[in-house]
Design a binder for this molecule. Sequence first.
Ligand code: NAD
Length: 295
Amino acid sequence: MSNQIAFIGLGHMGGPMALNLLKAGHHLKVFDLVPAALKVLADAGAQACATAAEAVEGAQVVITMLPASRHVEGLYLGDDGLLKHIATDTLVLECSTIAAESARKVSAAAAQRGLRMLDAPVSGGTGGAVAGTLTFIVGGAAADLESARPILEAMGKNIFHAGDAGAGQVAKICNNMLLGILMAGTSEALALGVANGLDPKVLSDIIAKSSGRNWATELYNPWPGVMENVPSSKGYAGGFGVDLMLKDLGLATEAAVHGRATTPLGELARNLYSMLSAQGHGGQDFSSILKLYKK
Ligand code: NAD
């Protein structure tokens, strides 16, 4: 079944996600602050709009994919916020990675206006966005997730219900904090081995079949030349940027403060990535954390 969808935020992730919805036969009205991003979607058959309010007119579903909490709150809330322009009962899918508190705040305001809202952050990066294989980690009412499922399936492969509003953001941040810690720990272990005379490839093979094995040693080794076709073997280009990891670790800190949780390793990882970014590597893949350890 094709839907009338408003898609706002057509960047690295939102652009390809919107293209996949078009390919699945949905009708799209789109908006972004950057004209070039709008043009890509207009050329592919979407209706480009001059404002977000124009894009949501007549929409059955609204999707947003924006940089951070302040952009999401700025768009939806306030006297002339987008929530005021969206028709009652519309399904709103907020896919950006933002603070759980922000997601809950916007969701509560949406519910007051009679809208159904889900936080649906994604995992899988730009490659997953292009291929339509993203993982959606959803917070909100189970019934609303069932309504959203066919639309999410046009952009992703795995869809999880994490719990109530905000739970999608919490689960996403827990995963990414662990990822940041594991990449730093893997780099530390490999550098320790090499400093004591081991070959990084031999050590990686041993760890990959031993109890220290993890996603980095199996699929995303940070040591240059150990694995083909990963960012570390391509000058740390592409992949998931240090500054994006830093943003997510900052959100983990916010969640820790809010939930009074203790996250010493998450904090240490945030500081390490912050140091790496300050050294000018913010745009490189996050596996470049190895540079802090390698002699
Ligand atoms: P991006 O900066 O490439 O895209 C964001 C887009 O939003 C930009 O085109 C910008 O012009 C637009 N925008 C900002 N404010 C707007 C407004 N008020 N109205 C309309 N458009 C507006 O960012 P991205 O890489 O696409 O990431 C989007 C979100 O997805 C972020 O929250 C990010 O953390 C998350 N995410 C990114 C990745 C990744 O690998 N890039 C992976 C998973 C999740």
